[in-house]
Ligand binder design. Structure first.
Ligand SMILES: Cc1cc2nc3c(=O)[nH]c(=O)nc-3n(C[C@H](O)[C@H](O)[C@H](O)COP(=O)(O)OP(=O)(O)OC[C@H]3O[C@@H](n4cnc5c(N)ncnc54)[C@H](O)[C@@H]3O)c2cc1C
Length: 222
């Protein structure tokens, strides 16, 4: 979803969002009340509203959702907020206008990409350590876990999409849990579904086990 209004319409809440490849500019049409970020002058925006940068996803409470937004879009948002006067402009320190490459700190709250990378590591590792042949109890536990995960994943738009993908009416995307091989392959397909929607290259699922369990055949992970 490239644009959303405030509050986000119900149908757009279900759509997967695409991250901007370039640092976002203040040219999207996502809007929110002036009380939150006032002052951007744009004739296409109703009075009392202001635009949010591209790629900023709002949470269900209508506030920007950091865990649903890429680091680039989040930076654009905070930059916009810092440069927007919210009180008496004459008493404010002028906003800095220097454009520098932002420092990458490792101890900040995650954005949607950092959260996604860590979570995929966890999910693929879960398949890598899954039994070669799972008992019905193990299958049932994993099914329960995936159901709960797909409700609680903190990027809510991602969670909605993942849940909808799993519940595809033909049943084609239901978790395959009989054993490691089919579960690993299923997770790879689930990940590829997101890759596709984000315009990323698909992963060759024949290689999931080398990537996540055994290490590559060339020995570079040994
Ligand atoms: C359940 C879920 C849903 C998500 N939904 C969204 C969404 O709707 N919108 C959004 O913007 N972001 C979403 N994300 C985050 C997104 O998938 C990426 O994690 C994020 O964009 C960072 O991408 P990346 O290019 O660094 O690598 P990632 O996609 O995080 O991949 C990490 C590593 O996994 C390996 N890999 C890649 N594809 C596969 C595969 N198919 N099988 C096995 N290994 C693979 C590669 O080695 C890659 O470097 C979601 C994440 C999760 C866990």
């Amino acid at each position: 979803m490239s644009e959303s209004n405030y509050p986000p319409p119900a149908d757009t809440q279900k759509h997967l969002f695409i991250h901007q490849q370039q640092p976002a500019t203040a040219s999207s049409s996502t809007t929110q009340p002036a009380a939150a970020t006032a002052g951007t002058k744009d004739d296409s925006v109703p009075a009392g509203m202001t635009k949010l940068p591209n790629g900023v996803i709002l949470d269900k409470d209508g506030k920007p959702c950091r865990l649903c937004t890429s680091a680039a879009s989040w930076r654009a948002l905070t930059k916009q907020a810092k440069s927007t006067p919210t009180t008496n402009p004459s008493t404010q320190t002028p906003a800095t206008t220097t454009t520098t490459t932002p420092a990458t700190y490792t101890d900040c709250p995650p954005d949607s990409e950092a959260l996604g990378r860590s979570t995929w590591t966890f999910l693929h590792s879960l398949t890598a350590s899954y039994p070669v042949q799972a008992s019905s109890e193990q299958q049932s536990e994993m099914r329960t876990f995936l159901g709960i995960f797909s409700r609680l994943y903190p990027c809510w738009v991602c969670a909605d999409d993942f849940r909808n993908w799993m519940a595809e009416p033909s049943g084609a995307n239901e978790p395959r849990l009989k054993g490691r091989q089919e579960f690993g392959d299923w997770m790879c397909r689930a990940h590829n579904e997101v890759n596709r929607k984000l315009g990323k290259k698909e992963f060759d699922c024949r290689l999931w086990e080398e990537r996540w369990r055994t290490g590559w055949k060339d020995g570079r992970c040994d």
